[in-house]
Design a binder for this molecule. Structure first.
Ligand SMILES: C[S@@+](CC[C@H](N)C(=O)[O-])C[C@H]1O[C@@H](n2cnc3c(N)ncnc32)[C@H](O)[C@@H]1O
Length: 262
């Protein structure tokens, strides 16, 4: 099924590569950098763990799983206007219920500039309205997503927390954000967001998962540290179009690596 969130850096365009490289069978599926979780919504595993550092993403999936009807009612009550966009943008998510947070995030991401999630130094979402309002997911889409999320553990936090639970026979898909070292310029720019400095601990995590018998697929922007650190893994290079710094005028072709330990 189609993902519910519009998300910069989503794996929609390379989904067939990911699907082709995913193991034919596994026990539990883990996606600790979930975002719009394109691969999860394609594979529809029976048992899964989805994680993300962004609390809005996890609140959204939690509400869609537990209260899909209320999410729809709120979502479809918002008019597609500039005023409504900025009114929703100014709300403080921590004061809202999960249902309200879910409807707010789905609406903002479908209407914001380039589908980028970025916050200011105070942690407030500050992306301007985009050029048009994309169609919202239908009620059927949200109810289907709710069914597929029914048995999913949702974890808000660093990727290391979600993968702790992976065991032999499980499959982990890792899709860390592109990073240029400036946390206010990336696609997901907020406190704690994955940076180049985190690549070393990602390599250690990959080694640890391998030792525990877990199958791991990792996608990343071509870089010396990860290519060198995982040089005994099987690697495939693909070209993807990415918007650099979240601006469409700087969209360009990037080289991405798909690496796996199986
Ligand atoms: C490239 S996106 C994932 C896109 C996803 N594969 C999809 O198909 O939409 C990376 C995600 O990692 C999240 N993230 C950033 N830093 C993180 C961290 N340290 N631990 C866990 N998630 C993180 C971001 O919020 C973002 O949703």
């Amino acid at each position: 099924m189609n993902p519910i969130l519009r998300w910069a850096g989503s794996k929609r365009k390379v989904l067939s590569n990911l699907r082709g490289l995913s193991p034919a069978s596994f026990q539990r599926y883990f996606e600790p950098f979930a975002g719009s979780a394109v691969l999860f919504f394609d594979l529809l595993p029976k048992s899964a763990v989805l994680g993300d550092l962004n609390p809005e993403v996890i609140a959204t999936y939690t509400a869609i799983r537990d209260t899909p009807e209320e999410v729809c009612d709120y979502l479809y009550s918002v008019p597609k206007t500039r005023e409504a966009y900025y009114t929703l943008r100014e709300l403080t998510p921590e004061t809202l219920t999960n249902t309200q947070r879910a409807a707010r995030l789905v609406f903002l991401m479908k209407s914001c500039f380039n589908g980028v999630y970025r916050t200011n130094r105070q942690g407030r979402f500050n992306v301007p309205l985009g050029s048009h309002f994309f169609s919202l997911p239908t009620r059927d889409d949200i109810y289907s997503a709710s069914n597929f999320l029914a048995e999913v553990d949702l974890i808000c936090g660093d990727f290391s927390t979600a993968i702790n639970k992976a065991q032999s026979g499980d499959f982990v898909y890792l899709d860390p954000p592109y990073s240029d070292g400036n946390r206010f310029r990336g696609e997901y720019s907020y406190q704690g967001s994955f940076q180049s400095a985190d690549q070393e601990r990602l390599i250690l995590a990959c080694r640890d998962l391998t030792d525990r018998g877990v199958k791991v697929l990792l996608s990343f922007k071509e870089c010396e540290t990860l290519c060198h650190g995982l040089n005994d893994w099987s690697m495939r290079k693909i070209n993807v179009t990415r918007s650099v710094a979240g601006f469409s005028h700087s969209r360009r072709l990037a080289r991405e690596i798909l690496a796996c330990n199986y």
